[in-house]
Design a protein around this ligand. Structure first.
Ligand SMILES: *[C@@H]1O[C@H](CO)[C@@H](O)[C@H](O)[C@H]1NC(C)=O
Ligand SMILES: *[C@@H]1O[C@H](CO)[C@@H](O)[C@H](O)[C@H]1NC(C)=O
Ligand SMILES: *[C@@H]1O[C@H](CO)[C@@H](O)[C@H](O)[C@H]1NC(C)=O
Ligand SMILES: *[C@@H]1O[C@H](CO)[C@@H](O)[C@H](O)[C@H]1NC(C)=O
Ligand SMILES: *[C@@H]1O[C@H](CO)[C@@H](O)[C@H](O)[C@H]1NC(C)=O
Length: 522
């Protein structure tokens, strides 16, 4: 601070005192403001100096107000950033230590002096001074800004505190960017997204992908080594509870060879009927997708052969109308881009097709088997075969044939009762006028799921782990079993009869701890 400023301040003190003496009836003091302690949206603001005492080295004559320079007077109030809306009240503290001291406080808004002690200089009707606090009713946007409270001790020592009063502002996204503007990445690259948002209070930023919330919060989102599955649309959402959250999105692509999947490997149809083959392709850059029959590319030839695609070319459909004998057989879906080519076959047949052979869901005494069969022609017979694992011969049953439930789909439910405990497998097939379907892949299941067999169950599962048909059709995953074996709770349905040695140990340790605790409390 320089000499000039200091003398200006002294003049102001003098002027203010005189003027104020003559105009005691000013409304300034009569205006009562509600004390508003609401600190919603307050943020710690670290870029404001806290104890920045002036320590200039100029020698200036002793003109300062008569204060005891030996007292170590300081401001105890911390700088605050307060977010408010028009019409709100704020109370800005400028408390000092020692509390008894009552130094002259100069309050400024930006550069304008508002108060000199309790004397209003340009402080207006919506402000008031009270015990070291400046109360403001925020009437117009000019009331937002920085408020500086400075103590006038002497020209060397003028501690101050500055509070920021910000106007509430809805969140807004300034930019959502990917590092190096590379929205196409190779497998193994690092993906870095930056979301720059404004708003007061400062908005909280969350990340979402394809409408699923990701764990990360904050301006930056990073995936160290991207895989194919990380391709997609990323969204950043900024929310500060003022107004609606703001959001923006960016699409990220990962270069890779096509991944091809068909919806059904075998499709049932019949002479003169139509058929729809569906092939899902994921690839970047966008691949060329072809359908082939006997190694020959198919050409669109409406109404006989029609291509369609959905979901941004990811779902590719081949429609064949009015099927003739030569239209049955194997079709190939082929997708190719710079990174490679992939294919999958679909077979069109007249015989029934078994689908959705499901594991029994209820833990009852009986094994309830359910599956579906597609057939354009009426089904003449269903067959269910089952055997205990390891036995050579299948037992065959023929579930009743019911009418198709939806279109050409039959739903079959069969209950196998009175099975001995053990691991079983089952397979099914169905017949129509064109012949038998293939057997479904064998479905492993457990005979007699009654509660008292829990102990044996785990033994069978260990055996099963070595078996090869541990597909999604299997009853339980080995992991579930391991945890069941090691957890004490697993034996609880069978009552307390089979308390394991481990639980005994835990019980003993518990008892010792309890007795120690009792001992200590005495
Ligand atoms: C507050 O006012 C004092 C006195 O004029 C000045 O020295 C100081 O730099 C001001 N602080 C800020 C952050 O403006
Ligand atoms: C965010 O945007 C503002 C306004 O354009 C800019 O001043 C600031 O530097 C940006 N921040 C980052 C981290 O990019
Ligand atoms: C797909 O069908 C073609 C033509 O019938 C055949 O040559 C090829 O081996 C089949 N591919 C697979 C994976 O079954
Ligand atoms: C499972 O059993 C419960 C009670 O026995 C029964 O209400 C429910 O329908 C069964 N669920 C299935 C899918 O069979
Ligand atoms: C099956 O459909 C036929 C003809 O629509 C009908 O006569 C018959 O009663 C149906 N059978 C059953 C079990 O619903």
């Amino acid at each position: 601070m320089d000499m000039k400023l200091f003398s200006v301040m002294c003049c102001l003190v003098f002027f203010g005192t005189t003027v104020f003496g003559a105009t005691t009836s000013r409304e300034v003091r009569s205006k009562t403001l509600d004390e508003d302690e609401d600190t919603y949206g307050e943020l710690k603001d670290t870029d404001i100096q806290k104890d920045d005492y002036y320590d200039g080295d100029e020698d200036v004559e002793e003109e300062a107000p008569e204060e005891d320079n030996n007292v170590d007077l300081r401001i105890t109030s911390q700088p605050q950033t307060i977010v408010k809306k028009l019409g709100d009240n704020v109370r800005l503290p400028c408390l000092v230590s020692p509390e008894k001291a009552d130094p002259i406080r100069v309050w400024r808004k930006d550069t304008e002096v508002l108060y000199q002690g309790s004397v209003p200089v340009s402080g207006s009707r919506n402000m008031k001074i009270d015990n070291g606090f400046l109360h403001i009713q925020l009437r117009d946007v000019g009331d937002f800004g920085e408020y500086n409270c400075t103590l006038i001790l002497n020209e060397h020592d003028n501690p101050f505190v500055v509070h920021k009063v910000l106007q509430q502002e809805e969140p807004r996204i300034i930019s959502l960017t990917v590092d190096n503007e590379q929205s196409v990445l190779d497998i193994g690259d690092t993906l870095t997204l930056n979301c720059n948002a404004t708003g007061a209070p400062r908005p909280r930023i969350s990340w979402h992908k394809n409408n699923e919330r990701l764990g990360t919060e904050g301006e930056t989102f990073i995936i160290q080594s991207v895989k194919v599955k990380h391709a997609g649309s990323y969204r950043c959402l900024a929310d500060n509870k003022i107004g609606k959250p703001a959001h923006d999105h960016i699409d990220i692509f990962i270069n890779h060879k096509p991944i091809v999947n068909v919806e059904k490997y075998i499709v049932n149809s019949d002479h003169k009927s139509n058929v729809e083959l569906v092939c899902h392709v994921s690839a970047y850059p966008p691949p060329a997708v072809l359908w082939q029959k006997n190694g020959m590319n198919l050409e669109q030839n409406e109404p006989k052969i029609k291509f369609a695609n959905e979901r941004n070319n990811q779902r590719n459909i081949l429609l064949i109308s009015d099927l003739q004998e030569e239209d049955f057989g194997d079709y190939t879906c082929l997708a190719q881009n710079n990174f490679g080519r992939s294919t999958q076959n679909v077979t069109v047949v007249k015989t029934p097709v078994v689908r959705h052979f499901q594991k029994p869901h209820n833990e009852t005494k009986d094994a309830v088997l359910m599956w579906k069969v597609d057939s354009k022609q009426p089904i003449s017979m269903h067959e269910l075969q089952y055997r205990k694992k390891g036995e050579p011969n299948w037992k065959t049953v023929t579930p009743d044939v019911t009418n198709a439930t939806e279109g050409d789909t039959y739903t079959i439910k069969y209950v196998l009762t009175g099975l001995d405990p053990g691991l079983y497998e089952a397979r099914v097939r169905s017949q129509n006028i064109h012949g038998w379907s293939n057997y479904s892949p064998p479905l492993p299941f457990e005979g007699v799921l009654a509660k008292h067999t829990a102990h044996q169950k785990s033994k069978y599962h260990k055996k099963d782990q070595k078996g090869k048909d541990q597909k999604d059709m299997s009853l339980d995953t080995p992991a579930q079993h391991r945890s069941e074996e090691s957890s004490l709770g697993a034996s609880t349905h069978s009552g307390s009869v089979r308390r394991s040695p481990l639980s005994m140990q835990i019980f003993a340790v518990g008892a010792i701890l309890f007795s120690l605790l009792v001992h200590v409390r005495q």
